[in-house]
Design a protein around this ligand. Structure first.
Ligand SMILES: C[S@@+](CC[C@H](N)C(=O)[O-])C[C@H]1O[C@@H](n2cnc3c(N)ncnc32)[C@H](O)[C@@H]1O
Length: 282
């Protein structure tokens, strides 16, 4: 949704903008091409950062790259000696490149280590470590709260019972297939993998902290644009915007979320679930 992000942030040549989730660099490129003066970009994934950095080499004078979690946005801006920003974009979740890299463990298709860390170089716990170290009750809560999985108890029990024999994404997928059957498998696997990924990366806590940081450093007239892909993320964004409007000097640019165009969904089916919400500092 590059066009929608450019339209939301209205980049100016004297403005400073943050891409909190650089990924493949599509949004940053769009904003730079539309005239953004300076882009401060972050990603937890060092590989993504290196790759996008190469692709964006022609913009080097207007671009800085930070291997950082967006919850630390204020520290990054301090390092750059930037007090206020004119816009920030958060494109949540994971990139296509990460999904397709089987060894990263994000996908229930194929086989890879049950890792799921956005930052593979960090000492954060992998999905396998969580499965092996947490009691069934905790795993049940992760599946219920982060995956809205109706069979969270049954699945959590089965996972803890078999935790020594689960090593790869395929081992976990096979176990889920046994519980959900061929008809229910895909949706169950999507929910369970999403839940574990959110827990591994503390995604919802990061989102709250990252949004707070962006709102604190936003200049008057500056905007924050968030692309959320599931209701848990979207709820956090909606509530944060509503509170900002009530208690601080902010206003929501769009009351209803903006969705991807039919054309974009045709080319990129994952865009179907994207919901864009924009907040402006008044
Ligand atoms: C959906 S992709 C972004 C795609 C990007 N907008 C593009 O145009 O290619 C999300 C990216 O955010 C990164 N990410 C997720 N959570 C993060 C966090 N808390 N801090 C920094 N980066 C994060 C992931 O590693 C991934 O590369």
């Amino acid at each position: 949704m590059v066009d929608e992000i450019v339209a939301a942030l209205v980049p100016k040549s004297e403005g400073v903008y943050v891409d909190a989730t650089l990924g493949g660099g599509g949004h940053t490129r769009g904003l730079l091409e539309a005239g953004a003066g300076r882009m401060i970009t972050l990603d937890m994934d060092g590989e993504a950062l290196a790759h996008a950095g190469q692709n964006l080499a022609s913009f080097v004078e207007r671009l800085s790259l930070h291997h950082s979690n967006f919850r630390d946005l204020q520290r990054v801006l301090d390092e750059e000696e930037i007090e206020q920003i004119d816009g920030a974009v958060f494109d949540l979740g994971l990139s296509w490149h990460q999904v397709r890299s089987q060894e990263r463990g994000f996908s229930y298709q194929g086989e890879g280590a049950l890792d799921m860390r956005f930052d593979a170089s960090s000492d954060a716990r992998s999905a396998l470590e969580i499965i092996r170290s947490e009691p069934a009750k905790k795993i049940e809560r992760i599946l219920r709260e982060y995956g809205e999985e109706p069979r969270s108890r049954q699945i959590a029990r089965a996972i803890t019972e078999h935790k020594r024999s689960i090593k790869t994404t395929k081992d976990l997928a096979d176990l889920l297939h046994g519980i959900a059957g061929p008809k229910g498998f895909r949706k169950t696997a999507m929910r369970v993998f999403q839940a574990l990924r959110i827990a591994v990366n503390e995604e919802l806590q990061n989102l709250e902290a990252g949004l707070d940081a962006a709102c604190r450093r936003l200049a008057h007239g500056g905007r924050v644009a968030v692309l959320a892909y599931h209701s848990l993320e979207d709820r956090i964004v909606k509530n944060r915007y509503r509170d900002a409007e009530r208690t601080e000097k902010f206003s929501r640019v769009n009351r209803k979320p903006i969705f991807a165009s039919d054309e974009e969904v045709k080319q990129n089916p994952a865009a179907r679930s994207a919901r864009l919400r924009v907040l402006e500092r008044t």
